[in-house]
Write a protein that binds this ligand. Structure first.
Ligand code: RB5
Length: 171
């Protein structure tokens, strides 16, 4: 049922990405996020979105910075439209992604925060916690994140201030 709803919501994406231009998404995860990654990847591919899997496919303990960094770098290089980073809580993955210049990673835990992350913060990476968010909720969060746009105006002014701080503090 949730999937059907999300599929409907994702129809909007095909309006933004004209025929022939596939939306591209990179996704990565540590050991805690294997199942959620697979669920989201299957869902995105069913919508015609090209997905690059940069996460581990093993549940053997590993280190989330190694994986979140890979996705953030692809977003930074504009090789993909958006990134998704997953770890147990989403905290470590989001902290890591935000260490890469140009990345605005948002740890979203419901549909409202996903909407705000795009509307107000122009987030380009979605962080999710596989141990804190159900896979059904993650699907709804992801659909909202992809469907919503940055609103501009005062929100753009604030994001530009983030970019200024980044310029002053990142190499
Ligand atoms: C791994 O046990 C866990 O620390 C990691 O997945 C993540 O939650 C870190 O923020």
């Amino acid at each position: 049922m949730i999937l059907e709803k999300n599929e409907f919501m994702l129809y909007a994406i095909s309006q933004n990405y004209k025929i022939g231009i596939k939306m591209k998404i990179a996704i990565s995860n540590d050991h805690a996020g294997v199942s959620m990654k697979n669920t989201l990847k299957t869902f995105l591919e069913a919508q015609g979105i090209e997905v690059t899997n940069l996460g581990t496919d093993s549940e053997e303990s590993t280190d989330y910075p190694d994986y979140a960094k890979k996705t953030a770098l692809l977003v930074q290089d504009r090789k993909v439209d958006f990134g998704i980073v997953i770890c147990g809580t989403g905290i470590g993955a989001s902290i890591t992604a935000n260490k890469i210049k140009g990345i605005r990673a948002a740890l979203c835990y419901n549909v409202f925060t996903a909407k705000m992350a795009r509307n107000h913060n122009n987030a380009n990476v979605l962080a999710l916690g596989a141990r804190t968010t159900s896979e059904d909720d993650a699907l709804a969060i992801l659909s909202t994140f992809l469907r919503e746009d940055a609103l501009g105006d005062r929100h753009e002014r604030r994001v530009n201030k983030i970019k200024e701080i980044e310029k002053q503090n990142f190499k």
